[in-house]
Design a protein around this ligand. Structure first.
Ligand code: HEM
Ligand SMILES: *[C@@H]1O[C@H](CO)[C@@H](O)[C@H](O)[C@H]1NC(C)=O
Ligand SMILES: *[C@@H]1O[C@H](CO)[C@@H](O)[C@H](O)[C@H]1NC(C)=O
Length: 335
């Protein structure tokens, strides 16, 4: 009894404490840089245009970076920090594919441009958020307004990167739990997974799938048989061979942001276990109907993706707002 009463009081304290913290969070706004850096959106867009034009994969790199940033301590640029003697970064976490995350140099370049235009003003976390939106547009996806005003963290968390970021061979329920933990819904999860309509995965990420239930979900037919043997030639069964060979997650329109990712799932040809489970898992009744909806209705997908990206970008932690900074160099905290 005594213990549970203590727990109860403790919980009340926690909830009062956290609600006052939330109340003092400066909210993100669309015009945060209006007087301090009025051209921020144009500058990011122009840089992203160059990079995506030279290689559409750059759009995928930047979009994924933003997701991996936001799932660890909120969207605070923690993913951008390099390892130093004092600070263990997140880049080497296995959930970040060891060193499979790319696009850091693009963010550096945008940061350099912004530092010469309005020094010390625009956070790296905001740059990444705006750049992710521009990436999506540049490969044919929807537009949405990007609220800004994030601060950069002075810390990173390898441990939270290991805990929070979902991986390809994790079960559906576990992945759903990770989204709920961030305040995102099942609908957000299914819509945001549509990001896999662009970009590539490494053999290591899809080997278990193509030597596992791919045949069962895609059914026996000549077209998916030949797709499967192509995948197996890119990715040999033996662990360690061809681990870093890559292939597109949407093999129909790999460089176009459209809803064809959901069509690959309807065909049972999703490249990652985690993607195919959205449609094929026994636990995925709700996710299955969302996959069907977005496959049938590209506008519904675009609208939901836009809304869910704003929610993803809205994951913040009060700590960064109070103790954060605007980094001069996105790879290092200010000295
Ligand atoms: C639902 C849970 C998710 C899982 C389990 C997952 C897992 C993965 C994996 C395993 C890869 C391949 C990485 C590699 O082999 O190098 C990948 C790539 C990618 N992911 Fe996700 N992801 C998820 C959600 C998301 C979300 C929410 C976004 C963005 C909104 C996203 C954006 C991307 C992009 C753009 C790529 C391609 C990157 C490239 O071309 O290198 N993913 N994801
Ligand atoms: C994949 O990697 C293996 C082993 O490194 C290599 O022999 C093979 O040619 C690669 N396949 C493709 C399609 O790149
Ligand atoms: C963003 O987060 C704040 C609280 O942190 C909340 O009040 C607001 O409704 C959120 N906005 C969106 C679009 O989720």
């Amino acid at each position: 009894m005594a213990i549970s009463l203590q727990c109860f009081l403790f919980l009340i304290c926690i909830s009062i404490f956290s609600s006052t913290m939330a109340a003092t969070d400066p909210p993100l706004t669309l015009n945060y840089y209006k007087s301090t850096c009025p051209n921020v959106f144009d500058i990011v867009k122009k840089e992203m245009e160059c990079h995506v034009l030279s290689d559409p994969r750059n759009a995928a790199f930047v979009l994924r970076l933003h997701f991996h940033d936001c799932f660890v301590q909120g969207c605070d640029g923690s993913i951008l920090l390099d390892d130093t003697i004092e600070l263990q970064g997140e880049k080497k976490a296995s959930t970040n594919g060891l060193n499979s995350l790319k696009g850091f140099r693009i963010i550096d370049k945008i940061k350099n441009k912004l530092e010469s235009e309005c020094p010390g003003i625009v956070s790296c976390a905001d740059i990444l958020t705006i750049a992710a939106r521009d990436a999506v547009i540049l490969v044919g996806g929807p537009y949405w307004h990007v609220p800004v005003g994030r601060k950069d963290s002075k810390t990173a968390s390898y441990d939270l990167a290991m805990e929070n970021i979902p991986s390809a061979n994790e079960g559906l329920l576990s992945i759903i739990a990770k989204f709920l933990y961030q305040g995102l819904s099942v609908t957000d999860m299914v819509a945001l997974s549509g990001a896999h309509t662009i970009g590539m995965a490494r053999c290591e990420s899809f080997r278990a799938r193509i030597y596992g239930d791919f045949e069962a979900t895609s059914g026996k037919n000549p077209i998916s048989d030949s797709y499967l043997s192509e995948l197996r030639s890119v990715c040999p069964a033996i662990i360690g061979s061809g681990d870093n060979n890559v292939t597109a997650m949407d093999n129909v329109t790999p460089n176009l942001f459209d809803n064809s990712f959901y069509h690959t799932l309807l065909r049972g040809e999703g490249l990652l276990n985690s993607d195919q489970e959205l449609y094929s898992s026994l636990f995925g009744i709700e996710t299955k109907s969302l996959v069907q909806k977005y496959a049938a209705d590209p506008v519904a997908f675009f609208n939901q993706f836009s809304d869910s990206m704003v929610k993803l970008g809205n994951i913040t932690n009060s700590y960064s707002f109070v103790n954060g900074e605007v980094r001069k160099n996105c790879r290092f905290v200010n000295t």
